[in-house]
Write a protein that binds this ligand. Structure first.
Ligand code: SAM
Ligand code: SF4
Ligand code: SF4
Length: 348
């Protein structure tokens, strides 16, 4: 490896991009497939029976993912998040978690899932393999609303069971992701807050984003974090608290009455590009330096033609040093129409 050195101190210079942001988090999407068709992510009209998902041989193997993750760890990555598509569709995911858990320098491994396959047994296997935490997505507590949103008639009760399973397995605190879309589930914010208050779970309200080019995003469909917070604050007063660490995507709040924590992820109305330390690896080994990128950098080809760790390290650091992404700070309805990678391909 060839880290650059600070001429005055002889210490390796921490890797940083053109806007001074380090590389701390790696999100690994392990599949582009999903058993849900959430309308804001994989609308059926686009992801129908004829959609060409990646063939299995195009996916990075667990060995390839682990090798890359270990080179990323040497470049500064400390946190991994396994995502998708639906990551639990990938067979033997526990094995991958165990392999990732063995990488020196990795301090935290999390998983984002729709919960549909997170049984008590699977949750325990994941925990035993070295997974620290899970985020489970749930957009409403009302079956008619949730089923319309996931568009495969998946019931709320099974996701609630998955959240329980995660907690019992010690994958806690469990985070719950709720994407709020105007006219679809904005009426459900209070019920969701009420349900998870006092449980130790942390619900995060996410502004609906213009990821990819499939969901027909319009600014009018976005419910702002301020609006969400105001609604909750009127019922149960809240106060803001400091981020757990720099670069955290959610802004954190505590209920004044001690009933726990919530978060908002305000990518649209309060862009947080300035502290974005996240890189994203797609299932077929493309590295994306922004959730809204139009293209990635191919690592699979380099892995399969036998590049050394040193060469991969140099490729990673070269990409990072020239990174200048700040899509959310520049967003307009027009940027929304640019070609962008799909959320279901690259993960949240
Ligand atoms: N399938 C898993 C799940 O749903 O948790 C993991 C992948 S999913 C792409 C990751 C997260 O992205 C989910 O919490 C999902 O709700 C969120 N998401 C998907 N499309 C979104 C959009 N257009 N705006 C905001 N969040 C979105
Ligand atoms: Fe699947 Fe997650 Fe996208 Fe819903 S949000 S379609 S569960 S990948
Ligand atoms: Fe990071 Fe891109 Fe999101 Fe900005 S828009 S926070 S650079 S992923």
């Amino acid at each position: 490896m060839s880290p650059s050195f600070d001429a005055t101190s002889n210490e390796p210079k921490p890797l940083s991009d053109t806007l001074g942001r380090g590389l701390v988090d790696l999100r690994i999407s392990v599949t582009d497939r999903c058993n849900f068709r959430c309308q804001y992510c994989m609308p059926k009209e686009v992801f129908g029976p004829d959609f060409a998902f990646l063939p299995h041989e195009d996916l990075l193997t667990f060995e390839e993912i682990t090798r890359l993750a270990s080179v990323f760890a040497r470049a500064g990555v400390k946190k991994l998040r396994v995502t998708g598509g639906e990551p639990l569709l990938r067979r033997d995911l526990e094995q991958l978690i165990a392999m990732l858990a063995g990488i020196e320098g990795i301090e935290d491994i999390a998983l984002t899932t729709n919960g549909s396959l997170l049984t008590p047994k699977r949750a325990k296997q994941l925990k035993d393999a070295g997974l620290h935490r899970v985020t489970v997505s749930l957009d409403s507590l009302r079956d008619e609303v949730f089923m319309a949103m996931n568009d495969v008639r998946f019931p709320v009760s099974k996701v609630l069971s998955a959240i329980n399973a995660a907690q019992l397995a010690g994958l806690s605190p469990v985070k719950i992701n709720m994407v709020v879309k105007r006219g679809v589930n904005d009426e459900d914010v209070i019920e969701m807050a009420k349900h998870f208050r006092g449980t130790g779970h942390i619900i995060r309200f996410i502004e609906y984003m213009d990821v990819g080019n499939s969901n027909g995003w319009r600014m009018n469909d976005v419910v702002s974090a301020s609006e969400i917070l105001e609604k909750i604050h009127q019922r149960w007063p809240l106060h803001a608290i400091a981020p757990r660490r720099p670069g955290e995507v959610a802004t954190r709040y505590l209920y004044d009455d001690g009933q726990g924590e919530i978060g908002v992820i305000a990518s649209v109305t309060r862009a947080f590009c300035g502290s974005c330390t996240r890189a994203r690896l797609s299932p077929e080994g493309q590295l994306f330096t922004c959730l809204f990128s139009g293209h990635g950098h191919d690592f699979r080809e380099r892995l399969r033609r036998g590049e050394s760790d040193e060469q991969l390290y140099d490729f990673i650091t070269g990409i990072w040093r020239s990174r200048n992404d700040r899509y959310s700070e520049l967003r307009t309805e027009a940027t929304g129409r640019r070609k962008k990678v799909e959320m279901s391909h690259i993960g949240g």
